[in-house]
Design a protein around this ligand. Structure first.
Ligand SMILES: NC(=O)c1ccc[n+]([C@@H]2O[C@H](COP(=O)([O-])OP(=O)(O)OC[C@H]3O[C@@H](n4cnc5c(N)ncnc54)[C@H](OP(=O)(O)O)[C@@H]3O)[C@@H](O)[C@H]2O)c1
Length: 296
């Protein structure tokens, strides 16, 4: 199989390419711009893939509030370009989406199923939902919603949440982290493995794929400090105090449909996933220029 992975320099895209090996053809900026319709059509037509996995996105959740046209050009229109390209080749489109398509039903505390009504709160969430709708208009589609991604690649120019916490803790800084957003931190290699499995089993439709369990960003930070033995002052703050784009208070995803598939890789608790990440994690002092506005 030839599998094109867009956003191949990102956290999930780089891991997918690593796991797929010679099956993967990675596309990313600057050679490939998802917002450029003609370029997308040309690249995909030239490669003639069996599958396109779209991990590229505008993931700066806070910035998207002030630049909705940029977020839409990538997260919504970019998916429409890929649909057009996939239709032309009759190939499968795997669209990666987010728990941030949920959250508007305030007070909810039951994990979301694939069939639950969406209700995004942010520009990012709205544009990702629009992207899902474009993808779903093509018969051969698979939508994979995930949450709280962290992976070896980090996020370019920023570093992921774990790297950020480690960097600040090692610098002796006081950590203020929100404790009123419940979700599941998910390790990119596990999500990539699930995407591979779904492609191999010819799954179609929408699936939720996250690690097991749930916590808040404050809980995640506390576990990072506990597992690394770092001492730092960790203070719980509210979403209102943090400011930025509105985010779900609760966006835990129910993965029962995915785990019911015969042969699906077993669920891994988020704490164990973090341990797996930390055990192979290089010294993080090189995580520079943290941009806290990126998802999460
Ligand atoms: N991160 C999370 O916590 C999270 C949670 C739920 C769902 N998701 C979804 O999961 C997917 C992967 O997320 P991720 O964390 O791996 O993202 P990421 O690390 O930010 O990677 C996205 C990749 O897309 C590239 N990209 C940006 N603009 C592009 C453009 N115009 N054309 C082509 N490529 C472009 C980025 O390049 P630059 O780095 O140069 O911008 C980057 O390499 C996304 O669809 C995201 O919405 C993420």
């Amino acid at each position: 199989m030839k599998i094109v992975v867009t956003g191949s320099g990102g956290q999930l895209g780089s891991e997918l390419c690593r796991q797929l090996g010679r099956e993967a053809v990675g596309l990313d900026l600057p050679e490939f711009d998802l917002a450029d319709r003609q370029g997308v059509l040309r690249h995909v037509a030239n490669l003639r893939p069996d599958v396109v996995v779209n991990t590229a996105a505008y993931t700066r959740v806070d910035e998207a509030e002030g630049r909705p046209e940029l977020a839409r050009a990538l997260n919504a229109d970019g998916v429409a370009h890929l649909v057009e390209a996939c239709r032309g080749l009759d190939c499968l489109l795997v669209q990666i989406s987010t728990d941030y398509v949920f959250g508007g039903d305030v007070g909810r505390n039951i994990p979301y199923r694939e069939t639950d009504a969406t209700a995004p709160l942010s520009v990012y969430g709205h544009t990702k939902l629009a992207g899902e709708r474009h993808a779903a208009a093509w018969t051969k589609h698979l939508i994979v919603r995930t949450s709280g991604l962290y992976g070896r690649a980090g996020q370019r120019g920023s570093g992921n949440f774990v790297q950020t916490i480690l960097r600040l803790a090692r610098a002796g800084q006081r950590l203020e982290v929100v404790d009123d957003q419940h979700c599941t931190p998910s390790y990119a290699p596990h999500v990539a493995r699930a995407i591979r499995f779904l492609i191999e089993t010819s799954a179609r439709g929408t699936y939720h794929v996250v690690d097991a369990g749930e916590t808040t960003w404050h809980g995640f930070a506390a576990e990072i400090l506990r597992q690394t033995g770092l001492a730092a002052e960790l203070v719980a703050i509210s979403t209102a105090r943090r400011g930025g784009a509105p985010r779900p208070r609760f966006s835990v995803l129910d993965t029962a449909a995915y785990h019911a598939l015969p042969g699906a890789p077993p669920a891994v608790l988020w704490q164990a996933s973090l341990g797996e990440y930390l055990s192979g994690e290089p010294a993080t002092s090189d995580a520079v220029g943290v941009d806290p506005s990126m998802e999460p």
